[in-house]
Design a binder for this molecule. Structure first.
Ligand code: ARG
Length: 458
């Protein structure tokens, strides 16, 4: 065990304290960002004559070499050195001597870690943004491949009105495009540089924060040093955005699970995205969708962990903040994997358009249109609603479907029914009638699809 903290300590840390306190087992993955930040800091120290240009050069070369070794797997992280920062700084001094000890001038691990995590989050947002685009593309291509299919649209999971399957698919495109927008807005708040806040109060050295920010591609520098080192609201927001995306993925997964059950029989998910049973030979289970749904709960846990972590912390930095990383990493890894998997699974979904069409025959999907028909002929909608309600009750008792009724049957419920009513009950006609902005009429859906295609395939 090593003595880490210079002159103040006479004894080494207890073995359990090392185990409790080390973070390198999970923050080592921040090394690329840590090194990039340190290089920019060292260059600035040299430019501002806070350290010699010679030392700055040595530091930068040393850090680059360490970066390469980490990538090639030739670097061993030591938990006794606590975290990624101390591991890299210690290695640097071992390699280049005293110059390495000057890197930490005008800096603290507090502003260093806050900077690393913001750079990391920024890059994750960019990756997630690309994955969200890929997923939306998959939905659009899928929707285009079955332009005509109609299925029962549900409320309360009860048949409501027929809709185009493409319309249903495009609902998810809307959700994931809002998710992408949210991440884009968050990126602006993330991209503010804490470095230069030092431990919490700033630093007496004549540092040039803006120069470092430019090199590290930050849009601005933080305005308050105490806030900058101790705030993690950007990570909470990140996890909240991830949680929302997972929630959307989970709703879709739930539908795939339902639709692939024999009760629905609307789809079959390809072999590559399903699994068998170790005992029941006939089984083909939608495990991928189930796992995505399950992992959503785990990501909610990450969000809750961060919120709870932060709520009692006095200003400024507290070591509790070290616990921010695992939930954030987990949320990020999980959503990235799930987005990629679902985007690949969508083209492997085969639909049974006939089963969907047969389902539209159940559940009196024509009822709203019959009421609208009567309302258009002068009956107040509430009364029309009641008339059709009675019609549905009649059919239920006699085990009939609305389109099976003759004009005579219908007229017994209202004299306003005419010959033309028989034409409005086909699912195609019902769908075509919903020709408002955002409605399921084929013409509207085609336009929405082509707008989505233009936006997503550039
Ligand atoms: N590993 C620490 C973290 O993740 C780095 C900052 C340590 N700062 C301190 N004052 N002990 O938060």
């Amino acid at each position: 065990m090593k003595k880490l903290w210079g002159g103040r300590f006479e004894q080494e840390a207890d073995a359990l304290v090392e185990r409790l306190g080390e973070s390198v087992s999970f923050d080592a993955r921040l090394a690329p960002w840590d090194i990039r930040g340190s290089i920019a800091h060292a260059r600035m120290l040299g430019e501002c004559a806070i350290i010699s240009k010679r030392d700055a050069k040595k530091i930068i070369a040393g850090l680059k070499a360490i970066g390469k070794d980490i990538v090639s797997g030739d670097f061993t992280f030591d938990p006794a050195l606590e975290d990624v920062h101390m591991n890299i700084e210690t290695a640097l001094t071992e390699r280049i001597g005293d110059a390495g000890k000057r890197l930490h001038t005008g800096r603290s691990r507090n502003d260093q870690i806050a900077t690393d995590v913001r750079m990391w989050a920024r890059d994750q947002i960019d990756v997630i943004d690309g994955l969200l685009t890929g997923l939306q593309q998959a939905f659009v291509t899928f929707a285009e491949s079955h332009n005509e299919a109609i299925l029962p649209g549900c409320t309360h999971l009860q048949h409501g009105q027929p809709v185009l399957l493409a319309h249903h698919n495009l609902a998810y495109v809307e959700m994931f495009s809002r998710d992408a927008e949210r991440f884009g807005q968050l990126r602006r708040r993330v991209n503010v540089m804490p470095l230069g806040s030092a431990a919490m109060a700033g630093t007496p050295y004549p540092i040039d924060r803006k120069r470092v920010a430019r090199e590290l591609e930050f849009d601005s520098v933080s305005a308050n040093s105490m806030d900058a080192v101790s705030d993690r609201d950007f990570l909470i927001e990140f996890c909240a955005n991830v949680a929302l995306t997972m929630m959307h993925l989970s709703r879709f997964s739930e539908e795939l699970i339902l639709w692939s059950s024999p009760e629905f029989g609307f789809i079959e998910i390809g072999d590559a995205f399903t699994t068998g049973s170790s005992i029941m030979p006939q089984k083909k289970n939608p495990d991928v969708a189930e796992l995505v749904r399950g992992k959503t709960g785990r990501v909610y846990g990450d969000l809750t962990a961060l919120l709870t972590l932060m709520k009692g912390l006095p200003l400024a930095y507290n070591r509790d903040l070290q616990e921010d990383k695992e939930p954030a990493f987990d949320a990020s890894d999980t959503v990235q994997l799930c987005l990629a998997v679902v985007a690949r699974m969508i083209p492997a979904i085969a639909i049974d358009a006939d089963a969907m069409a047969r389902a539209t025959e159940r559940g009196f999907l024509e009822a709203t249109d019959l009421a609208d028909y009567l309302a258009a002929r002068g009956l107040p909608f509430r009364e029309a609603h009641a008339v059709v309600g009675k019609l549905v009750l009649h059919c239920t008792k006699k085990d009939l479907k609305l389109p099976c009724l003759s004009l005579e049957d219908l007229r017994r419920f209202s004299p306003l029914f005419n010959e033309d009513v028989l034409k409005i009950m086909a699912p195609e006609a019902i769908v075509r009638a919903r020709d408002t902005i955002g409605g399921t009429a084929p013409r509207r859906v085609r336009a929405a699809l082509s707008r989505a295609r233009k936006r997503l395939f550039r």
